[in-house]
Design a protein around this ligand. Sequence first.
Ligand code: NAD
Ligand code: MG
Length: 391
Amino acid sequence: MKKVAVLGATGSIGGNTLDVIARHPQRFRATVLTANRQVAALAELCVRHRPELAVIADPALEGELSRRLAAAGVRCDVASGHQAITDAAAGTLCDTVVAAIVGAAGLDSTLAAAQAGKHLLLANKESIVMAGALLLEAVRVGGGALVPVDSEHNAVFQCLPGGRPELTRSGVRRLILTASGGPFRGRTRAELAGITPDQACKHPNWVMGRKISVDSATLMNKGLEVIEAHHLFGAPADAIDVLVHPQSLVHSMVEYVDGSVLAQLGNPDMRTAIAHALAWPERVESGVPSLDLAACAPLAFEAPDLSTFRCLALAYQALRAGGDSPAILNAANEVAVEAFLAGALPFLSIADVVESVLTELPGQAVVDVGALCERDRIARASARRVLQHAC
Ligand code: NAD
Ligand code: MG
């Protein structure tokens, strides 16, 4: 029986994870559930999944969570605050941690789970973009395993022998990450001028949280994924290609030196990657229907439009610049996306904000998490200054 902590339980990945867990009561149990401020949703999940501990990030909501659980007759421990989530990720109530908090807010708990040697299911891509080398070192020292949940990386993981080998010794030529192209594929810059948050969040194939939906629309999501792939699989930027595939059925590919290309396919439903990562190295039913390729054919592929969707080019630039440039890119992007979602920044200006901050703050060597968080703070402040001028 695996005891699973679902960090970010009220989100899109959290919900899909709990769906898979509920299909296998003999194998998995959700022992820890956490959320940011969605106290009613968290209480409801506790009623359904009966964890041992529920943690709400906002301390002002702890009392309400306790009251709701008591009223529903749920007996579980309740805690609150950022540190309580981090402690739960490293604590004895779980052996498996699903890192599904969105943004840099997930870094501490993801690192804590790695250091504690947990079986770590990584959805929170921002933490590996920010602190890739530190996170992988924590996994190594902690002695646990990291299995990627991001569908592209989960696909690459499945196409590599042993999951994460030394790429050149395994004869890998390149990784090909597929991208749906987002809701604005094929549009010109002029056509993107007046895009609203709701338009940007309407993804053609996936139902996701609002931040990652905007990232998918700008192609920053694919940029973050290129950086994520670099860290997870030890591939240099030049060996990671992006290919637009609007149907999102081929989730990514690995090309070998002999010309073989291995792909992982499936319906666009995150439960496949989650079930794979939860049960790995075994396989379990995920609830995802069989893929009917005849009904989907022909499959389409095209090159990404890097001049319209500049965020992807900026992410490659940050990866090549090295040091903490990816963390700077991530921080600037989080601030810009938040401003866009609040109606305070035009869609096309997200890339401008990221570019300005990258120019202002050249990459520095990554020393430790403390220094990285300080640079994250500086980059956010810089992004807010750029925003003030932009608006
Ligand atoms: P979401 O917005 O639906 O859910 C985010 C979760 O994190 C919620 O439970 C929320 O309460 C919690 N949270 C937010 N801010 C927090 C904070 N400051 N402290 C503690 N908890 C906080 O997001 P999502 O779409 O589920 O994405 C989660 C992560 O998984 C992101 O990093 C995203 O990039 C990644 N991911 C998502 C998908 C997908 O299909 N949704 C696919 C691949 C990767
Ligand atoms: Mg992805």
